[in-house]
Design a protein around this ligand. Structure first.
Ligand code: AHR
Length: 325
């Protein structure tokens, strides 16, 4: 629970003590501000840590009290957190679903309690109507498209006739994993030079990125022309594994990553990554705007995608401004 929430609770308790403890004291407790319950997936990446920090900062700026729970990469923990938010009667629930399936029951409970739910960063899969109000997050499919388009341009530039790709994916059954994979596959499918040798689950985690890369190098060795990794963390885990071989990442193997956190941009500047597609973690301001709108009973957009760009060796990488995450 955040400090701001704790202060709010202490404030309410003190007001209630005053209110109940002093006979004749008729002062009502102050109208409490808006209370937002937010269930975060975990701390698996610099992106995620930046996203948490951004939501905390925005809540403070907008004067919204935040109950923040970190689920440590566990869906059950997220479901428990949402139930606590319902029991606590927060004004709005927001969460970043670790995977797409398995939310119907708890979201029905939120709906029955009359608490609007906002999806942040990732989507859910459901047959039921009206469980959530709005999704604020990246267009992951387009990120995959931008990664694929870069690869086609790079293959043209290098005059490649065959392009063997290994893909290190994010968490299975999560929105960014599914859509980054689909956007990339759809884009390169019209180019007969492109072959995906294998897609392997790296769970968005650095150590898994390293493990996956070790396995891919053992299995395919110098056949590999391209590593397409679904996030920076896994890319940063994979690079030292490539460097243990005679191959040089960024030269002998084209490296494509997603997120564009500072560490990956620094590695792009060193020439060890060729392309990083941006995925911004800065979703806090949009979220707070939506919280206000929902509280006021206003209509909200069903989907809000931030604008994102591509950073690559096709540009002057030294002009890239500090990323902040
Ligand atoms: O859902 C967004 C993804 O999750 C980011 O790409 C990744 O770094 C994070 O863990």
């Amino acid at each position: 629970m955040l400090r701001s929430t704790a202060f709010r609770l202490i404030g309410i308790m003190l007001s209630l003590l005053l209110f109940t403890g002093c006979a004749g004291a008729v002062e009502e407790p102050d109208e409490p501000g808006l209370l937002l319950g937010f269930s975060q997936i975990g701390s698996e990446s610099a992106w995620r840590i930046g996203n948490t920090r951004d939501i905390e900062n925005s809540a403070e700026e907008y004067g919204i009290s935040l109950m923040l729970e970190n689920a440590n990469q566990n869906q059950e923990n997220q479901i428990d957190a949402i139930r606590r938010f319902i029991a606590y009667k927060v004004d709005v629930i927001a969460f970043s679903p670790i995977v797409e399936d398995g939310w119907d029951n708890v979201l029905m409970e939120a709906k029955e309690a009359g608490i609007p739910v906002v999806l942040v960063d990732r989507d859910i899969r459901t047959e039921k109507e009206g469980l959530t109000t709005c999704l604020i997050g990246a267009d992951f499919y387009n990120e995959g498209v931008m990664a694929g388009q870069y690869l086609i341009r790079k293959a043209d530039e290098l005059g490649l006739e065959e392009v063997n790709i290994v893909e290190i994916t994010g968490t299975q059954n999560s929105t960014p994993m599914e859509q980054r994979q689909a956007g990339f596959a759809d884009t390169i499918s019209s180019d007969p030079r492109m072959h995906i040798l294998e897609s392997i689950d790296g769970d968005f985690i650095k150590s898994r990125g390293a493990e996956c890369m070790r396995y891919l190098l053992e299995t395919y060795g110098e056949e590999i022309d391209v590593v397409y990794s679904h996030n920076d963390e896994m890319t940063l885990g994979a690079l030292p594994e490539i460097e243990k071989t005679s191959m040089i990442p960024g030269k002998d193997i084209i490296i494509i990553s997603i997120d564009a956190g500072q560490e990956a941009i620094d590695v792009l500047k060193d020439g060890r990554i060729n392309c990083v597609v941006e995925c911004t973690p800065n979703l806090g301001d949009e979220l707070m705007e939506i919280v206000f709108k929902l509280k006021n009973g206003e209509e909200v957009e069903a989907v809000i995608h931030p604008t994102e760009q591509v950073f690559s060796d096709e540009m002057d990488v030294n002009s890239i401004a500090p990323r902040g995450y």
